[in-house]
Design a protein around this ligand. Structure first.
Ligand SMILES: [Zn+2]
Length: 463
């Protein structure tokens, strides 16, 4: 039997008439089926990229690109898809086509989102606004047509199969915003209605006391079997005194909205025994659906029928599996806002090797924002995720704040929120990471006060 995401894509490949005919014997051979899927997917991606070029030509931003005006690249993609060549060759051609296209910077999108619109305003069914991270620049406005929203719903519908099952009377609680068309809450609710699986949207945990306790008690009363939330916030709930009561109903957790350090995932599974943690990666620019983990937890599988991923270094050179670089994505299905080689600003690496689930979809490991990097004047620098990895592994930690080393003393200040009465011992790894630079750590125990340090990991530039 095919892995879950592959089953969904098989239907799409057959509909697009790119899935090769298989003999009845080959249909029974998993290796032959996998090869056929890879071939069908490679053909599909060539056709979809040609379609994206067409859509991009309808936007103000891309329509003056000579490579789109001539139409030759599109023709060669369509011709390559028809050739009787094996999948690796087709994939190589696909990436060669990308080399002919320019990169798109995220601030270009933030400054003039309308320039990326490929449909009329009347066809826009959802708009999501995201603040430009780490700057005071304009917020990005991301448009989606109803087909774009449905496409994400399809991904959620299939992606949630490892987390919930109607036969087990599962119930989902979404600890994120919303009801607005285009938001995670809206699309996840609609996807789960198809099973149907009940979903409640309590939203982000409130910051004050007694609001948090009241909110938490309501959540326990609802008895969700699955939580969907932001990593650090879910950890704070797992380290709350009410956690054992919540864990009575809980089976699975989907972490989304921020990078989840390995230590945080391990801490969650330790605090909530018997609950399995799954990772999701999604960018608003691509409909909030990018990759999701299977039951083997080897890293999220990329949604490669809808996205074309590259990992590049600072010079724009494409990197291979296991190498960390910037994630660059080309949309293959977005109607309202087709994006070509969009620099996401996120650090990631393609996972090495195969997943035991047997999916044809590759996996990624993400490491947060490129700009979240702590720099000292002597040139030494450290990505924030390395600090997160150490701190979330400490017992009792529910969040932290990092203040960038700045003048006059260039001292990195870490404020750690912890529920332990005694100050946890800072592990040697932190000392080793900071290699003799000035740093200080302080602890805060008033967890329920307003201004609780949870949510997305952020590197603050000044106090
Ligand atoms: Zn897998």
């Amino acid at each position: 039997m095919l892995p879950w995401l592959d089953r969904e894509v098989l239907i799409r490949l057959k509909k697009a008439e790119v899935y090769p005919e298989l003999s009845p014997e080959a249909e029974d051979n998993p290796l032959e089926v996998r090869k056929a899927l890879e071939l069908g997917l490679a053909r599909f991606r060539l056709l979809k990229l040609a379609q994206t070029l067409d859509r991009a030509f309808n936007t103000v931003f891309y329509n003056s690109l000579p490579v789109l005006i001539s139409g030759k690249l599109k023709e060669s993609l369509l011709d390559t898809a028809k050739t009787p060549l094996p999948a690796p060759y087709l994939e190589e051609k696909l990436y060669q086509a990308l080399d002919k296209l320019p990169l798109t910077a995220s601030d270009q999108l933030a400054q003039a989102p309308e320039m990326f619109l490929a449909v009329s305003q009347s066809e826009v069914a959802g708009v999501v606004t995201v603040p430009t991270s780490g700057s005071t620049g304009p917020a990005k406005r991301i448009f989606g047509t109803s087909a774009d929203l449905e496409n994400t719903e399809d991904f959620y519908y299939f992606g949630m199969r490892n987390l919930v099952n109607p036969v087990l009377c599962d119930k989902v609680a979404l600890l994120m915003s919303g009801q607005r068309p285009g938001s995670v809450g809206y699309m996840l609710t609609r996807a789960l209605e198809r099973w149907p699986i009940p979903i409640s949207v309590p939203g982000f945990p409130p910051l004050g006391q007694p609001e948090l306790t009241q909110w938490y008690e309501e959540l326990i009363k609802y008895a969700p079997t699955c939580l969907v939330g932001v990593p650090a916030q879910v950890l704070a709930l797992a380290r709350h005194e009410l956690a054992p009561e919540l864990n009575e109903s809980l089976r699975t957790i989907l972490l989304s909205g921020d990078v989840a350090p390995r230590s945080l995932v391990m801490a969650l599974e330790e605090e909530l025994p018997g609950t399995k943690v799954f990772l999701h990666y999604g960018q608003t620019e691509f409909g909030l659906a990018g990759a999701v983990e299977c039951r083997y937890h080897t890293g999220p599988h990329l949604r490669e029928a809808d996205l074309l991923l590259e990992i590049i270094d600072q010079d724009g050179k494409r990197l291979g599996p296991g190498q960390i670089g910037e994630m660059v994505i080309t949309s293959l299905s977005r109607e309202a806002m087709p994006l070509i080689r969009y620099k996401t600003g996120d650090l990631a690496a393609l996972a090495v090797g195969f997943c035991p689930c047997g999916s044809v979809f590759r996996r990624i490991q993400t490491f947060g924002r490129i700009l979240d990097r702590i720099c000292w004047p002597d040139g030494y620098s450290l990505p924030l995720w390395k600090i997160s990895e150490v701190l979330y592994g400490l017992p009792g930690v529910v969040g932290f704040k990092a203040l960038s080393p700045e003048e006059p003393d260039f001292c990195l200040k870490l404020l750690v929120k912890t529920k332990n009465e005694a100050e946890p011992v800072v592990k040697n790894e932190l000392k080793e990471l900071l290699k003799g630079r000035k740093w200080e750590i302080s602890f805060q125990y008033d967890l329920l006060e307003k201004g609780q340090v949870t949510g997305k990991q952020i590197l603050y530039k000044s106090e």
